[in-house]
Design a protein around this ligand. Structure first.
Ligand code: GLC
Length: 431
């Protein structure tokens, strides 16, 4: 890529970040998502770090200011009311001083914090902030391994599909059959007013999302009980890989910041998690699969969640097999990495997490492959991601067969990932 082109893309990406900046937090996109989302924010902080490090830390500090007393960091913080979004605070009713949702999202914070600190040009000036954040991230990890892994298996479950971040993945179809729809309070969706209904979840899926929310609400959002009370308990390889990587990164960061207890606890979590993760490997499918914790069986669904474990330090042989899988999948679509294998008849090129490609996932997979020394596919993913941006702009996600932009536009974390794919770092964008 020529320096001019690189500068142009970086300029456009930083413009989107500034446009969606609400001062102390960033909205994912106007209209569709008017609040602060958990993993969006942490990945967005990486983008800010390219031109405003203080703003990067503030993004994460704002999120963690709304951490629950039990350690959970909510998936949405409703800073300002907005009629255009459903389900809002009146549905969640979590009783927090600033309203939040009652579930969490993939814990990328430990990874992002370490990366931002590593790149910091004045570590001494930000060490106190990093230390305060590291303590909160540690509490979140402790929460996840206690409340979502009550038997101490080393793998945490999600109790609602939205916790995986991959909201309507095919992975959830089978376990979702156990979630009832009766008795859900009548509602009106808002997402379909901002995006094409053909790209969004169906009504049957939405009823189940809401049934779970109302079920947890009836139980007072008591996280000590919700794991066992949920009819939906799925061990997602993507979520666990992120938690393992974040634990390993937090351990390194804590070591550097003089927090040896946090370093030790997180090193142990990462080691135990990595070992347990192998339970999700399917030799037949040559990738990881979700595990349905209520039945003890692996779920027959070849999603990108099963490729995401390369983000953690999985064994080299497994990483090489994931590389081969991605190469195979590349032969079935024009842009990688689709959120589901196109060879599966359930693949849906435009519907959200049932086929489309997402830059955040691409970024994590490419980062993990590169860390394992697999540079060819890491580079192919990076090139495919940037080519999607050049042809289709900064969309929420893309049809991997045609490159068509889908979902919301001028999307914050997509822009942040572009800055990362261009090399991150302060020289990229002038403040
Ligand atoms: C959608 C995505 C989720 C993301 C949110 C905000 O719900 O599925 O992963 O955090 O949008 O961008």
């Amino acid at each position: 890529m020529t320096p001019d082109k690189r500068a142009r893309l970086a300029g456009q990406a930083s413009e989107i970040l500034r446009e969606n900046d609400r001062g102390n937090y960033t909205i994912p996109t106007k209209g569709l998502y008017p609040f602060q989302w958990n993993w969006d924010s942490c990945l967005t902080a990486l983008g800010f770090a390219a031109f405003d490090e203080d703003r990067a830390w503030r993004e994460m500090e704002t999120l963690f200011a709304h951490q629950w007393p039990d350690g959970m960091v909510p998936h949405i913080v409703f800073h300002q009311m907005d009629e255009g979004y459903f389900p809002g605070p009146e549905v969640w009713q979590t009783g927090r001083p600033v309203p939040t949702s009652g579930i969490t999202q993939p814990p990328v914070a430990g990874f992002a914090a370490r990366r931002i600190y590593e790149r910091s040009r004045n570590k001494a000036a930000v060490a106190d902030r990093a230390r305060a954040l590291a303590q909160k991230i540690d509490r979140w990890h402790a929460f996840l391994y206690s409340a979502r892994d009550p038997e101490g298996e080393g793998l945490v479950a999600i109790t609602h599909p939205w916790q995986a971040g991959r909201d309507i993945s095919i992975d959830w179809d089978e376990p979702f059959e156990r979630v009832p729809t009766e008795g859900v309070t009548p509602y009106q969706r808002r997402d379909v007013q901002h995006a094409d209904p053909a790209h969004r979840p169906t009504k049957a899926q939405y009823d189940r999302y809401l049934w779970l929310v109302e079920h947890f609400r009836r139980h007072g959002w008591d996280n000590a009980k919700l794991h066992d009370l949920s009819p939906f308990r799925v061990v997602d390889p993507g979520f666990n890989a992120i938690l393992i990587r974040a634990s390993a990164d937090l351990a390194e960061l804590a070591e550097e910041l003089g927090l040896p207890d946090i370093a030790r606890a997180n090193r142990e979590r990462a080691a135990k998690g990595l070992k347990a993760l192998d339970r999700l490997w399917s030799e037949r499918d040559r990738q990881y699969l979700c595990l349905d914790r209520t039945t003890g069986r692996l779920i027959d669904s070849l999603s990108v969640g099963g490729l995401m474990p390369v983000f953690a330090a999985i064994p080299a042989g497994r990483a090489r097999t994931i590389r081969a899988r991605i190469k195979e999948i590349s032969g079935r679509c024009r842009y990688i990495v689709p959120s589901h294998d196109p060879a599966d008849p359930r693949f849906d090129a435009k519907r959200y997490w049932r086929g489309p490609a997402w830059l955040v996932v691409n970024y994590m997979i490419a980062d993990g492959l590169a860390a394992s020394g697999i540079s060819d596919v890491a580079e192919a993913i990076r090139a495919s991601s940037l080519s999607l941006i050049e042809t289709s702009g900064f969309a929420e996600y893309y049809d991997p067969l045609t490159g068509e932009p889908c979902g919301g536009g001028r999307f914050t974390w997509t822009a942040a990932m572009v800055l990362e794919f261009l090399g991150g770092g302060a020289e990229l964008v002038s403040a």
